[in-house]
Design a protein around this ligand. Sequence first.
Ligand code: ZN
Ligand code: FE
Length: 255
Amino acid sequence: MPLSITAIPAFETNYIWALHNGRDCVLVDPGSSAEPMAFLQSHGLTLCALLLTHHHHDHIGGADDILARHPVPVWGPVDPRIPQVNRPVSEGDQALVPELELQLDVLETPGHTTTHIVFHNDEMLLAGDTLFSIGCGRLFEGTPAQMQASLDKLAALPDQVKVYCAHEYTLDNCRFALAVEPDNPALQARAEQAGQLRKSSHITLPSTLGEERAANPFLRTREADVIDAANRREPGTGQDPAAVFGAIRRWKDTF
Ligand code: ZN
Ligand code: FE
């Protein structure tokens, strides 16, 4: 059976992504255990690995409980705050899930946290809290320059790559992005679509990297309209992408 990818909602806004083939299943960022365990049971799936992107509780909080029942490989960053990781990976490494014939490349994406990583291949990006649809993670630990460099790595992936983020933030992100780039037609279209989807409680994910490059202001810090908006917000910002990113990110923090 081909690979299916299912969003398991948890907490207010989290999605725990399940990658499965009708028999085996990988869980990404299980912040809680009850919902993914119920999913495995109701679909008759065997857990074969966990993938963890960063140490925040809403991404790893369910891991101990799940691992107590299913001791599986746990791929994640090198970080003492994630003791569950038994397959530590860093930039350039691969996470291997033979049960799903899956090989995922690892990128280090510091910014939201210092040790955040993402997993990707030519079809999918498991973005954690680094990249959201039309947004990006808050800078809890990193600098604007670090996050700008992390987002540049993701922006270099092919257009068709599907973006699986860990939160349903799209509609709020669109409201902010429209304040930055009110005249961006791709953004206007995404805001309209996300509004319709959320009205009926539907998920807005995955998006694609092509769509994000066209509408996500945090991937557009070299665009004239975004540079202008950053300089109106914080005069003297200039054109440096990291400075533009910093101004837009600080604006979003208080939006
Ligand atoms: Zn987080
Ligand atoms: Fe999170």
